[in-house]
Design a protein around this ligand. Structure first.
Ligand SMILES: [Zn+2]
Length: 267
């Protein structure tokens, strides 16, 4: 799959800056013709709006709840209800993470933003042309919100244990900690990768900052994918990390082409 032609290392002022858009595996997959139909089916619908933050969800979010309900239903109706509750809990935790980004965006004076929830994560997009320092503030806010969410789930789980709610909250605590570690990997476009790239932008001109950033991203994504496979982590984690490694090398090659001097014309 070729690298997108409209690659922006910093957001153009007239286009939305999708903080997590490029983190979403389906986002870059959408550039492939074969997956356009799937992406169309995943069109999001508005849920609610609060303090200029619009929250939407696509079909993947509903599918997540259904899939968890079905996979838990082997133990009966109670299991199905618990699976559905876990799915809703996961979406709420994803929303908390994206709200962290959205609140940081608002605090920086960029105004409103749109959060879209999906099966594999969330997207927070807004119209702005942030400086590297501002990008770092927004990137840090998401994991900070997830850390708070993990803490809240842990405290609530201990308060209501032993119960079904306690079991779900314990699962959510573990998932939040996993997402926190995953998001902080220095892999673009995850939050950790965005922080590293923004730090590079403070020191290096473009496209060199992107070249180094995507190089680091490729090395870490490949290493993490190999480690996940070796330690028999979930196959979904291996696939996601492999996709991120593949994406990083595509963007690395794009940045390298942009940084190479133009060929001299023959005399
Ligand atoms: Zn994030």
């Amino acid at each position: 799959m070729p690298a997108p032609a409209n690659l922006h290392t910093t957001a153009p002022s007239n286009a939305p800056y999708d903080h997590h858009a490029r983190a979403h595996p389906l986002h870059f997959a959408c550039h492939a013709q074969a997956l356009r139909v799937i992406c169309h089916l995943m069109k999001s619908v508005p849920l609610f709006s609060l303090l200029q933050i619009r929250v939407r969800a696509d079909a993947g979010a509903a599918l997540l709840i259904v899939l968890l309900a079905v996979s838990f239903s082997r133990t009966g109706a109670t299991g199905a209800a618990l699976g559905a509750a876990l799915g809703v809990g996961i979406l709420i935790c994803l929303l908390v993470h994206e709200l962290g980004h959205a609140i940081a965006v608002r605090s920086l004076g960029f105004g409103g933003s749109t959060i879209t929830l999906s099966m594999f994560g969330g997207v927070c997009s807004w119209h702005a042309n942030p400086t590297p320092a501002q990008r770092i503030v927004v990137a840090v806010a998401g994991p900070a919100a997830t850390a708070l969410c993990a803490g809240a789930c842990f405290v609530l789980a201990r308060a209501v244990m032993p119960s079904y709610a306690g079991a779900i909250l314990t699962q959510l605590t573990q998932l939040n900690l996993l997402w926190l570690a995953f998001n902080l990997l220095p892999v673009l476009p995850l939050d950790g990768g965005t922080i590293v790239h923004s730090l590079l932008l403070m020191r290096l001109p473009e496209p060199r900052a992107s070249l180094v950033g995507h190089g680091i991203s490729f090395l870490f994504a490949t290493g993490a994918a190999v480690a996940a496979w070796y330690y028999k982590a979930s196959s979904m984690a291996v696939v996601m990390l492999a996709l991120l490694a593949w994406r990083s090398i595509q963007y690395f090659q794009h940045a390298r082409r942009s940084s190479s001097p133009p060929e001299e014309l023959p005399p």
